[in-house]
Design a protein around this ligand. Structure first.
Ligand SMILES: Cc1ncc(COP(=O)(O)O)c(C=O)c1O
Length: 407
């Protein structure tokens, strides 16, 4: 179906949290990489779910349960379609963090042995490092750092051939960095890893919002993302597992709904991916996430990304004449700019910006090794979404300049 060309003002009107105040006093929200604001469609979806017949899923013959089950199952199909992935590989989680922990505590714990290596890029969010450290301790496997080139904040691709060896079993890398917006060449990475029999985990937390992910084409073994970063609610996320890995993945948490037979002596489990969803799932969250995706796919995504790229260019241009400005690992056309100003502490600047109604993130962005690799103690990050306007960017630039005068 042809889509209406992207129009930022019309989109922004669909986000009540951004439209409460008079126009020139509206909040400037530039922290969408941390979490996105929610459109009316998603808020209403949640309201509608709890205002209509709902009950626990897959366990009642009554109408209320059937109604919830239908909507919950349809949500999983919707996610599979969104990722172009087989539905039997889609698992509901609490978010990207839980998805990676699940892979570590099920797949990795049961396949790794002493001396095996887990290759992890230096540019990862803690969510894609700490779970691997835990499982490395449990199994005797080693974590190997895949370094970046600090000057450009890009992964050292030639080093990959050297780093993958016969002990390498898993490679974990973000699809898009949460600090610099760098899009790693994941197609090439997967190809190289697979040639040597290495399983690839992609952290898609920052990617799903900004590009159409086609997992059939990409051929990642595992892929994770969080609902709240793509206009859905918190507490719901998705893990995709290539179904060929399911037999080597036992459940990582026990409980009801994932079992075939339970005896006091022993329990046998489902073989499908449902073995990872014990207990009552986040039913409303799953339905609202599917609604968020439906909403996102109803708009002109290419137009939205062009708009975001134009805001990024405006921001870079606007701050370029500030004395001592430093931009880290700039990737043109991305939704993120990581920056600092020599002699100004990032948190002081963020505090002064907050006082002027500008919300952005400062600090280490849950990526301490990455930040240290850049040779800094922290930085500021502007992260742009489709509801941001040129006026937001202008107000942010002016506020930074004003804060710099004060500091
Ligand atoms: C790249 C990346 N990975 C993982 C996460 C963790 O996501 P969550 O806290 O929703 O589990 C984030 C959150 O900022 C992220 O940006």
């Amino acid at each position: 179906m042809p889509k209406t060309p992207f129009h930022c003002e019309a989109i922004r009107l669909q986000f009540p949290s951004l439209n409460g105040a008079e126009k020139n006093k509206q909040p400037v929200y530039l922290d969408s990489a941390a979490t996105t604001q929610k459109p009316t469609a998603v808020i209403e979806c949640l309201h509608h779910y709890y205002s209509s017949a709902h009950a626990n899923v897959h366990r009642g013959t009554h109408d209320f349960s059937q109604s919830s089950t239908l909507r919950f199952d349809a949500a999983r199909q919707r996610i599979a379609q969104f990722l172009n992935a087989p539905e039997e590989g889609i698992i509901w989680t609490r978010g990207a963090t839980e998805g990676i922990n699940l892979i570590a505590q099920s797949y990795a714990l049961n396949t790794l042995k002493k001396g095996d290596e887990i290759l992890i890029s230096e540019m990862e969010h803690h969510a894609n490092l700490v779970p691997w450290q835990l499982v490395a301790k449990q199994t005797g496997a080693k974590i190997i750092k895949w370094p970046m080139i600090p000057k450009i904040a890009e992964l050292d691709m030639p080093a990959l051939d050297r780093l993958i060896n016969k002990n390498t079993k898993i490679l974990a890398v973000a699809h898009i960095s949460n600090v610099t917006g760098t899009r790693h060449p994941v197609e090439k990475i997967i190809e190289k890893a697979h040639q040597k029999g290495v399983v690839v985990v992609l952290d898609g937390a920052q990617a799903v919002l900004h590009e159409s992910v086609n997992l059939k084409k990409l051929n990642a073994d595992f892929y994770v993302f969080s609902g709240h970063k793509i206009f859905g609610p918190e507490g719901i996320g998705v893990l995709y597992v290539n179904p060929k890995h399911l037999p080597s993945m036992p459940p990582w948490q026990g409980g009801g709904k994932i079992i075939e037979k339970v005896r006091f002596s022993e329990t046998t489990f489902l073989s499908s991916a449902l073995k990872f969803e014990p207990g009552t799932p986040n039913i409303s969250g799953a339905i609202a996430l599917a609604c968020a995706i439906e909403w996102l796919e109803s708009i002109d995504r290419d137009g939205a990304e062009k708009h975001i790229a134009s805001l990024q260019a405006q921001f870079i241009q606007g701050i370029s004449d500030i004395d001592g400005i430093q931009i880290f690992g700039l990737q043109k056309g991305a939704s993120v700019v990581a920056f600092g100003i020599e002699g100004v502490h990032h948190s002081d600047l963020a505090t002064l910006l907050d006082k002027q109604g500008i919300a952005l993130r400062s600090g280490q962005h849950c990526a301490q090794p990455f930040i240290e690799g850049l040779g800094i103690s922290g930085c500021l990050r502007v992260s742009i979404a489709l509801y941001n306007t040129h006026d937001d960017i202008l107000r942010c630039i002016l506020a930074i300049k004003k804060a710099c005068e004060l500091l």
